[in-house]
Design a protein around this ligand. Structure first.
Ligand code: SF4
Length: 239
């Protein structure tokens, strides 16, 4: 049997890969789907893990979207009931997770083509994610080890792994380290990006300048309704 680990280089899947190696569990290949929109810290963690994989004789494979993420987001000709013909799917996240759909499809096709068993980094305290996992070839070692999301982060930290971005560990300011442009981010996470990671905030403004739809929808007694990145910035300046 051939064993693949799907790794995003976030805390859960990294903890899973490190522990699989530590326990000498069968592991033939680590696969990373690169959206092209990851934080630099994710790529840095990847680059640090690659020599360990090579030392252990574990193959490393990088998969990518068929088309650049930015093309699908801003340029791809699409047609929808609400907007008719237009260009680009716009922000990714919420009910419109077109990037996740492409990622899942690519990863599943790869695993099925290899006829492999695939380790997935779903933590012990994510039962709703686990319920959606219906494919028999998917394995969930973190659940077996009863490792919660916090356990995974602590495990990575205890082994000296960090997600440093301009002197800040991403997990100290974000709940999840997903794509930097993900509109699933909550207000606290967006505020922290505005405050601590201005290089990414500028990129968010660049995208909002090209997308009509506001990135988020927040409502507040003091500031009213807002969600466009430029409006968020005005609110955040006063916080
Ligand atoms: S992390 Fe967010 S932006 Fe990236 S593919 Fe998933 S839903 Fe889309």
């Amino acid at each position: 049997m051939y064993y693949i680990a799907s790794c995003s280089f976030g805390k859960d899947s990294l903890a899973m890969v490190l522990r699989l190696i530590e326990e000498s569990r069968p592991l033939d290949e680590v696969v990373f789907y690169d959206t092209g929109m990851e934080f630099q810290a994710i790529y840095n963690v990847r680059d640090r893990l690659l020599p360990l994989l090579a030392e252990k004789g574990i193959k490393y494979t990088e998969l990518k979207p068929d088309r650049p993420f930015m093309y699908d987001m801003l340029e791809k000709p699409v047609e929808s009931k609400q907007k008719g013909k237009h260009n680009g799917y716009g922000w990714c996240g919420g009910v419109c997770r077109w990037g996740t759909t492409a990622k899942q499809k690519t990863l599943d096709e790869y695993a099925e083509q290899k006829n492999a068993m695939v380790y997935i980094g779903i933590a012990y305290d994510e039962p709703s994610r686990l319920e959606k996992e219906i494919k028999a070839y998917k394995l969930h070692p973190l659940v077996g080890w009863q490792m919660t999301e916090k356990d995974c982060l602590d495990y990575c930290y205890s082994m000296g792994w960090h997600w440093d971005e301009s002197g800040i560990d991403l997990y100290s300011i974000l709940d999840r380290v997903s794509c930097w442009c993900c509109c699933n981010k909550n207000k606290k996470e967006l505020y922290n990006i505005y405050r601590y990671l201005p290089q990414y905030w500028e990129r968010l403004k660049g995208l909002q300048g090209k997308i009509d739809r506001p990135m988020k929808k927040f409502c507040n007694k003091k500031y009213g309704e807002y969600g466009n990145v430029f409006d968020m910035e005005k609110v955040f300046e006063k916080m």
